[in-house]
Structure formats: structure tokens, C-alpha cells
Design a protein. Structure first.
Length: 110
């Protein structure tokens, strides 16, 4: 194989960095989606119950106002949804950049 020119080498390094960034984004997205699922599940359970509601604060569980807990969980759900959407947009942008760079690199190598 012929020696790769410095510009192509730099693009390959950019590709590797973008792939790492994408991997990090996917891990963040997964964590936020897990947290979002938990919040949705908790909110669903709180809405179903007619009994007292408790929430965990630090190392203890305390009795809480059902309406307040619903409000907190709804806000948490909204914030997490926004974060997931933001990460998905970043993911799409990085994927486009990756595809463009991959094409440039493969064209140069051929």
C-alpha cells in the first residue's frame, strides 16, 4: 500500500475522534433513556395509586404529597426527554460528518 498523505492521515484521526464522540453520546443517550423510562414508570404508578406516596431522599424514604411527586416526576420526564432529543440531534450531526469523512478518506486511499 502506498504511503498515505498527511491530509488523509489527519482526516483518519478526525474520523477516530468523531467515532469516540459518537460512542460517548450513545452511552449518554442510553443512560438518559434508562432514567426517562424509570421516571415514566414511577409517574404511571403514582397516578394509579390512591394510597399514600413515598419518595426516597438520600438514605431515607419519606411520605410525600402525591401532587408534588407527580409534578416533580413530570418535570424530570420533560427534562430527560429534551436531553435525549438533543443527544439524538448531535448523534445525527456526527453521523453525517462521519459519513462525509469516511467517503473522503476512502476516495483518497483508492
Amino acid at each position: 500500500m502506498d504511503k498515505v498523505d498527511p491530509k488523509t492521515t489527519k482526516k483518519i484521526q478526525e474520523l477516530q475522534i468523531l467515532e469516540q464522540n459518537l460512542q460517548n453520546l450513545l452511552l449518554q443517550k442510553q443512560a438518559f433513556q434508562l432514567e426517562l423510562n424509570e421516571a415514566e414508570s414511577a409517574l404511571s404508578e403514582v397516578k394509579k395509586t390512591k394510597e399514600e406516596v413515598f419518595k426516597i431522599t438520600g438514605q431515607i424514604m419519606i411520605k410525600a404529597d402525591k401532587k408534588e411527586v407527580e409534578k416533580e416526576l413530570s418535570q424530570k420526564k420533560e427534562i430527560l426527554s429534551l436531553r435525549v432529543n438533543s443527544i439524538e440531534k448531535q448523534e445525527q450531526e456526527i453521523t453525517k460528518q462521519l459519513e462525509k469523512l469516511k467517503k473522503e478518506v476512502t476516495d483518497k486511499i483508492k
